[in-house]
Design a protein around this ligand. Structure first.
Ligand code: ADP
Length: 316
């Protein structure tokens, strides 16, 4: 266990969920961007809150533990932890909330991985995912693990089942990730409410062929198979109407050599996977040019899949 009052530093990475055909089940962690957090154990005392949240960024997120996703995740963890300790958490969000790259998951996952480290690693990764999903419930109203799982495990993860929880980490070949975040707001609730509740059998067959193909492609390091399988015939045709220039952007990125990609989370960010850094940079240039041409402010990232997930360093 880390001595009481000693701060640790935490790096909690962004994640891409809804990996094209893998809606709600496939996601991966990236190296950049990431949130910075600091945490320490404090003794529990009467009239002192068990969890104190200090935001050191410009986003003005709630500091009440039950309203901040990090706090909600820690409250769940505290129910199963030694009763004599509480936590103080400082959060510096470098992942903009609502961007679609797992801003809420980074805080929830970072908090529970940090807490577990402080307590001497008494919980399993599945326990931590279970606690962190309480944060996602605060952010979006539902417990889901498609961002939390890769944030905690690192790499690419498959959430085969939530109840009971079954997460499978998948190997992947070297992949470069280009992300563009157009500065518009897509509310997760809107992105969910426009989805159709029924699926045609022919579409379902195509989709599960693609999911199986994508998983096989990742496991066999078969870039062509990965590229062919990065196709979503169910969610993307409906959701992409919320993102200006989506179809044209995707076409241009694929012409530039990207293997494929799609909407990150529930948008508005879009991600593309590439085999080399040069292609990923070309894809970035295409994204910038397209959004510049329609006058839409945006941020881009060129990064790689992050095999580690949340990382801890002890502070001197
Ligand atoms: P993303 O896909 O980028 O995580 P979400 O819309 O799922 O975006 O989550 C962001 C929502 O969660 C916002 O409404 C935000 O106010 C709320 N929230 C509460 N606490 C946090 C936190 N610590 N980090 C990020 N978002 C938080």
């Amino acid at each position: 266990m880390v001595p009481i009052h000693q701060w640790i530093k935490i790096k909690a990475p962004a994640t891409v969920a809804n990996m094209v055909c893998g809606f709600d089940i496939l996601g991966f962690a990236v190296c950049d961007p990431y949130d910075e957090m600091e945490m320490r154990l404090v003794p529990r005392a009467e009239n002192v809150p068990a969890i104190t949240i200090i935001n050191i960024d410009e986003y003005n997120l709630p500091t009440q533990p039950e309203k901040n996703v990090a706090g909600a995740a820690l409250l769940a963890l505290l129910e199963e932890s030694p009763k004599e300790f509480g936590f103080e958490v400082k959060i510096n969000k470098l992942i903009k909330p609502g961007s679609g790259v797992g801003s809420s998951a980074a805080s929830s996952a970072g908090a529970v991985v940090g807490a577990n480290y402080l307590l001497g690693n008494i919980f399993s990764k599945d326990d931590l995912v279970r606690f962190a999903m309480n944060g996602e419930k605060v952010a979006s109203g539902v417990k889901h693990a498609d961002n939390i799982a890769p944030c905690i495990h690192g790499g690419v993860t498959l959430v085969r089942s939530i109840f009971p929880l079954e997460i499978i980490t998948l190997p992947s070949p070297q992949l470069y990730v280009t992300i563009v975040h157009p500065q518009i707001e897509v509310r997760t609730s809107d992105a969910r409410s426009i989805l159709r509740q029924q699926v045609l059998l022919k579409d379902a067959i195509k989709q599960w062929g693609n999911i199986a193909g994508l998983v096989a492609g990742l496991m066999k390091s078969d870039y062509d198979l990965i590229g062919r399988s990065l196709e979503d015939v169910i969610i993307e045709p409906v959701r992409s109407i919320l993102i200006p220039g989506f179809d044209e952007l995707k076409k241009q990125c694929k012409e530039a050599g990207a293997l494929g990609g799609g909407i990150s989370g529930s948008g508005p960010s879009i991600f593309m996977l590439s085999k080399t850094k040069d292609i990923a940079l070309l894809v970035q240039a295409k994204m910038k040019a397209l959004y510049d041409s329609i006058g839409l402010p945006h941020h881009t990232y060129v990064t790689t899949i992050n095999p580690a997930g949340v990382e801890i360093e002890t502070k001197n």
